[in-house]
Write a protein that binds this ligand. Structure first.
Ligand SMILES: [Zn+2]
Length: 399
């Protein structure tokens, strides 16, 4: 179907504001002339948009001297900073064992934070009540510091229906299912709420505030109790029809393989399994191996058993990534997994394993890099979800 929609001047004005806001709030300090250069807009347009943002209490001129300019003669460009009392975003991360709630500004700088571990028996009533209690406490702290909450971004273990704002039926979640969390948070907070799965949220966090900034096409691989993924295509987070995140862990790497709980056969997760990787390394190594991060650190330091376990994990993951790269030709794969002291062993092993294949088949290449956010990725993603609504104009900041 072709969509025949034109743009009027008002739309274009809004689009330009969105571009300027996104640049201002996801970059280090910028001046008006930086904005003119980066956007290609006229100096007059930038001056007008910045004035509107200042009048709306979103932006202030940075008072310190410009660190980019040496002191001396000549006029230094004035840098622009988020206003100290600018509106803030609430982020919620509902994981398997606890939920966290955060208040951050539009630059994803954390202001207030809370966490609640689930009781032994988790009920819908408990979850609703505790979400409300946490929100009320954080809301009070925002009121005291005169910060208005714009919206709530919710990130959850999947599967989720982002259109309906419902957490569907996550495995190992005490049987809880069909939770209308967006409606809950809208009732509690009185502002709009949005929902995203954890792996897609991690990709969005990287795209706005992390290592995916400026990269148009990348795959985020989230290795945490299974293998999830998020995709950014053409600079936008890709969401399927219902907003399910890409299930890289349930792509088949052996169709003769065992039956998977998802109903398919030989899924990646049955082979590239963090728990099995830890067991294998622990059984053969003299080191004390308790976690996936211990295996990565051992492999980095040359422990034979850990290196063999990491290599096996990469071999399986590599086949799923060949499929993904053949389908989408991502320039970059960002990996999120727990590690210790920068032991980014999976990235170097994947570059080795896939580099030759990609070069040999069409002279292609892809970068394999580690996430910026580690454990904080889903919560940063919850903030990025709210911020993305501001940067796309879905949540208008100016009339
Ligand atoms: Zn499966």
């Amino acid at each position: 179907m072709f969509y025949l929609a034109g743009s009027n001047q008002r739309d274009i004005k809004q689009l330009n504001r969105n571009v300027v806001m996104k640049l201002l709030f996801t970059s280090p300090l910028l001046s008006r002339s930086d904005l003119t250069r980066l956007t290609g807009l006229t100096a007059m347009t930038i001056t007008n948009i910045v004035s509107e943002l200042m009048d709306a209490g979103l932006v202030v001129e940075y008072k310190e001297s410009n660190p980019k300019e040496p002191s001396g003669v000549g006029r230094r460009p004035v840098l622009l900073e988020l206003a100290p009392k600018s509106p803030v975003l609430c982020g919620v991360y509902i994981s398997r064992h606890r939920f966290s709630m955060i208040i951050s500004d539009l630059k994803a700088r954390q202001l207030f934070w809370e966490e609640q571990a689930y009781p032994e028996t988790l009920t819908v009533e408990w979850l609703y009540q505790k979400l409300m209690d946490s929100y009320r406490r954080l809301e009070q702290r925002c009121l005291t510091s005169q910060r208005r909450i714009l919206c709530v971004g919710i990130v959850s273990i999947g599967p989720v229906d982002t259109q309906q704002g419902i957490i569907l039926n996550p495995p190992n979640f005490q049987g809880l299912r069909d939770l209308p969390v967006c409606r809950w948070m809208e009732e509690i907070a009185g502002v709009d709420a949005y929902l995203l799965s954890d792996s897609s949220a991690c990709a969005l966090a990287e795209s706005l505030y992390g290592k995916g900034a400026g990269i148009d096409n990348f795959l985020y691989v989230y290795i945490h109790e299974g293998i999830g993924a998020g995709m950014v295509l053409g600079g936008e987070l890709y969401q399927g029809i219902h907003g399910y995140s890409p299930e890289l862990g349930h792509t088949t790497i052996d169709f003769h393989g065992p039956l998977c709980p998802c109903g398919s056969r030989g899924c990646l997760e049955l082979y590239a399994d963090e728990r099995k990787t830890v067991q294998k390394a622990a059984g053969a190594s003299t080191r004390d191996i308790q976690s996936f991060a211990d295996v990565m650190a051992g492999a980095q330091e040359g422990d034979q058993a850990c290196a063999a376990a990491a290599r096996e994990f990469v071999t399986y993951l590599g086949y799923a990534l060949r499929n993904a790269l053949n389908l989408y030709e991502f320039s970059t794969v960002i990996l999120g997994y727990e590690t210790i002291d920068g032991a980014y062993i999976l990235e170097s092993l994947l570059a080795e394993d896939l580099g030759a294949y990609l070069r040999g088949y069409g002279g292609r290449r892809a970068e394999f890099i580690h996430t910026k956010f580690l454990r904080g990725a889903p919560l940063t993603g919850a903030i990025a979800l709210g911020a993305s609504k501001v940067f796309t104009g879905s949540l208008p900041m100016l009339k």
